[in-house]
Design a binder for this molecule. Structure first.
Ligand code: NAD
Length: 500
């Protein structure tokens, strides 16, 4: 069993008072039109943290109206890129100034490690703003070399009103990986955070106002997917929907976009990413990467390396190392600095993961370690490793989104490539080898949006990230993400008064 610290070690917890529970529309915190609210739950205990305004279609309509007004007549799309950048920089500084409170909100709402929140998630939220602020005054088209006596150039214009739909696993960094490029582009927006994790998004709405983002530019509608989320996807006055979440819901968002106003769509969806470990790998490094790949953020990460393929020469030794390290992996209260894995986000996710574990056992995979829920309260699960996994088993095919690794063996490079690609997903892949030829060959042969060689989760805001196949399309991060929120207009005029 993994090392446990729940209740047994001493650490200081600064649980924040919940200040923002209402929808944020046109610069004001408002009750929902229906007056309805929903509970947000602390996954450490299952207790209710707060009741949050439950937005629905009418609230989305109000938010879109505010965003449309701000886009058509407000200052944001019209001000210089440099002026937008100054406000975005201020917004980022305000995030830094509230880092502890924001990290704590994500910890109580999503079960995320408080230490990681302070070191990674919240700084990354602020740095997304800074990165795209740096691009805001460098958005331009190009002069065209026309084939006739015409002068032509392009303008890059903001796409308009954007709907951002966000999942619960990275409430802060995903909020800003979407909002920041859209702000830099000059768009206005309606953001729907996941119903499990509304707290930090509402805090960010408050900080937007303090930073001087004009009213109506960022609106936050908290609520459920099939109501508030669906209203965004099918809205006739939203120009683009940027969705991050499951493949199943992504499909319905795309359908809704198609049957409403043909709004542009980008989809960042699920994954079942392979990690390929070769015989020449350093065992310790390989085991650490494999564990990080599946246990980071308790496995609730789209790029999790949930399929680990190990070359036969080091298989037995690596398995032993993995079990040893997994048993020492500390699960417990995510505020505790010694803990490496907090609770799963909610009861439903907890039950889903446990049912996949049962399925794995029934299908004939061997449970090497873990597999059980932990503690009386909260939604904790042991780090879990299966061997003897066959590629047609459900645990090798479905995205479990929890701390469950499937270990498989391979012989040759060709076999590794074939297995890695044997999935409907294509988000990420990892390769652990000292052989550059092998690493380069495989990088070009795997159909996935990012390949990590001798590292894993090496995200960088300058590095485009997104899916192949059913992991979606469109890229987050980098200048690619900025271009999702811009469109190209061509302007053409005759020169020398020539007949065109
Ligand atoms: P989800 O698809 O259930 O929900 C995501 C968001 O969509 C939530 O805000 C939800 O309320 C909303 N939603 C639900 N039904 C909707 C509908 N009918 N119309 C419109 N919106 C709707 O996903 P989740 O469980 O919150 O998140 C986990 C999934 O997200 C995993 O599959 C994971 O791989 C994926 N994910 C992908 C990336 C990426 O960058 N590719 C990043 C993080 C998470």
């Amino acid at each position: 069993m993994a090392g446990l610290t729940n209740g047994s070690s001493h650490f200081h917890i600064n649980i924040p008072t919940i200040k923002f529970t209402k929808l944020f529309i046109n610069g004001e915190f408002l009750d929902s039109v229906s007056g309805k609210t929903f509970e947000t739950i602390d996954p450490r205990t299952g207790d209710v943290i707060a009741r949050i305004a439950e937005g629905d279609k009418e609230d989305v309509d109000l938010a879109v109206k505010a965003a449309r007004e701000a886009f058509d007549h407000g200052p944001w799309p019209r001000m210089s890129g440099a002026a937008r950048a100054r406000i975005m920089m201020k917004y980022a500084d305000l995030i830094d100034q509230n880092i502890e409170e924001l990290a704590a909100l994500d910890t109580i709402d999503a079960g995320k490690l408080y230490g990681w929140g302070k070191a990674v998630d919240i700084p990354s939220a602020a740095n997304h703003l800074r990165y795209y602020a740096g691009a805001a005054d460098k958005i331009h088209g190009e002069v065209l070399k026309m084939s006739r006596e015409l002068q032509g150039y392009t303008l890059r214009e903001p796409i308009g009103v954007v709907g951002h739909i966000i999942p619960w696993n990275f409430p802060s960094s995903l909020f800003f990986s979407k909002v920041s490029p859209a702000l830099a582009a000059g768009c206005t927006m309606v953001v729907k955070p996941a119903e499990q994790t509304p707290l930090s998004a509402l805090f960010y709405a408050h900080l937007a106002k303090l930073a001087g983002i004009p009213d109506g530019v960022i609106n936050v509608v908290t609520g459920y997917g099939p109501t508030a989320g669906a209203a965004i996807a099918s809205h006739m006055d939203i120009d683009k929907v940027s969705f991050t979440g499951s493949t199943e819901v992504g499909r319905s968002v795309m359908k809704a976009a198609a049957t409403s106003n043909l709004k542009q769509v980008s989809l960042e969806l699920g994954g079942k990413s392979p990690l390929l470990i070769f015989d020449d790998a350093d065992i310790n490094t390989a085991a650490d990467l494999a564990l990080l790949g599946i246990l980071y953020n308790k496995g609730e990460i789209c790029a999790a390396s949930s399929r680990v393929y190990v070359q036969e020469g080091i298989y037995d030794e690596l398995v032993q190392k993995l079990v040893e390290k997994a048993k020492a992996w500390v699960v417990g209260d995510p505020f505790d600095p010694n803990v490496r894995q907090g609770p799963q986000v909610d009861k439903q996710q907890h039950e889903k993961i446990l049912s996949y574990i049962e399925h794995g056992k029934r299908e004939g995979a061997t449970l090497l370690t873990g597999g059980k829920p932990l503690f009386e309260k909260g939604y904790f699960i042991e780090p879990t490793i299966f061997t003897d996994v066959k590629e047609d088993m459900l645990i090798a095919k479905d995205e479990i989104f929890g701390p469950v690794m499937s270990l498989m063996k391979f012989k040759t490079v060709e076999e590794a490539i074939e297995s890695a690609n044997n999935t409907r997903y294509g988000l990420a892949a990892g390769i652990v080898t000292k052989d550059l030829n092998v690493a380069n060959t495989i990088s070009r042969s795997i159909r996935a949006g990012i390949i990590w060689i001798n590292c894993y989760f090496a995200f960088d805001r300058d590095c485009p990230y997104g899916g192949y196949k059913m992991s979606g399309f469109g890229r987050g991060y980098g200048m690619e993400a900025l271009h999702k929120y811009l469109q190209v207009k061509s302007v053409v005029t005759p020169i020398y008064n020539s007949p065109w």
